[in-house]
Design a protein around this ligand. Structure first.
Ligand SMILES: Nc1ncnc2c1ncn2[C@@H]1O[C@H](COP(=O)(O)OP(=O)(O)OP(=O)(O)O)[C@@H](O)[C@H]1O
Ligand SMILES: [Mg+2]
Length: 258
């Protein structure tokens, strides 16, 4: 990917954010970052440093106090159908079946029923949930519920996929499997992806670039470019190159302990 010739899909310029509640919080300070088409970027940083705030700003769910977000060259004004989001908890509608949950964004967009159903079934297949179309969320495991959330986020073919600790609530083994699955699914369309995670190995495993944030107010402390080949395999985590990359991320998080 030649950055010199392409323009970023997402560009964050000097974004600061204050929550002005009874407990005012300075969440973000002068965050500047870019994500290029097809790039997989992760954000790591200590708890409370503003990662979720930043992701909600990238999704147009909240307006930053200062600075701006540009998406495909335009100022981001609010949520858009070409930006899909997945959160830590799947937030599925319990009274809707798996298929009906995935159909929801298409219903809202007024896509004709037949076409919508074909697209939802394609997504269901892509996330490996064929046969579960008529199940209800309570009948699924946590990992399966996150697959539904991923299918729902992808069903409108977003150009940008935002993921906020999507596998944070899952056990370690399921989480590893879901990371592999996520990469397999992402490789189909190579949407630009920005994912928040607490896990340094997870960040290195999935990313092209890891951005490290400082404690609150969150700033970008630095980045680590991950030059491991794709497709990624779990055994890469045992290599020296992988160890050097996780160490580089750790050094940016805890510069004093190095
Ligand atoms: N809706 C809100 N109103 C007021 N303050 C908020 C709100 N959401 C977050 N905050 C505050 O902003 C700061 C950053 O929160 P945020 O959720 O963005 O952090 P985070 O990096 O995602 O943390 P974690 O890793 O624990 O998920 C925290 O101090 C939090 O208390
Ligand atoms: Mg968070």
């Amino acid at each position: 990917m030649s950055r010199a010739r392409s323009t970023p899909l997402l560009s964050v310029e000097g974004v600061s954010h204050y929550y002005r509640d009874a407990h005012p919080v300075h969440a973000l300070e002068a965050v500047t970052l870019q994500a290029w088409p097809g790039e997989f970027v992760t954000l790591v940083g200590p708890s409370g440093c503003g990662k979720s705030t930043l992701l909600r700003i990238l999704g147009g769910l909240i307006h930053p106090t200062r600075g701006e977000v540009r998406f495909a060259g335009e100022r981001l004004q609010g949520p858009r159908p070409d930006i899909g989001m997945v959160f830590q908890h799947a937030n599925l509608m319990p009274w809707r079946t798996v298929l009906a949950n995935i159909l929801l964004p298409l219903e809202i967009a007024g896509v004709p029923r037949k076409e919508a159903e074909a697209r939802a079934r394609d997504m269901l297949r892509l996330v490996g949930l064929e046969g579960f179309e008529n199940a209800y969320p309570r009948q699924l495991s946590g990992g399966m519920q996150q697959r539904v959330a991923l299918a729902r986020a992808l069903v409108r073919s977003p150009r940008l996929l935002l993921l906020d600790e999507p596998f944070g609530a899952l056990d370690a083994l399921t989480r590893e499997r879901m990371n592999l699955e996520l990469l397999r699914i992402w490789a189909h369309h190579r949407q630009t992806a920005v994912m928040v995670t607490h896990s340094i190995p997870e960040a290195v495993f999935v990313s092209d670039r890891v951005l490290v944030m400082t404690p609150r107010p969150g700033r970008i402390a630095g980045e680590v470019v991950v030059d491991l080949p794709r497709p990624r395999r779990l055994d890469m985590m045992a290599t020296a190159a992988f160890g050097r990359l996780t160490q580089a991320v750790r050094a940016l998080i805890d510069p004093d302990t190095q």
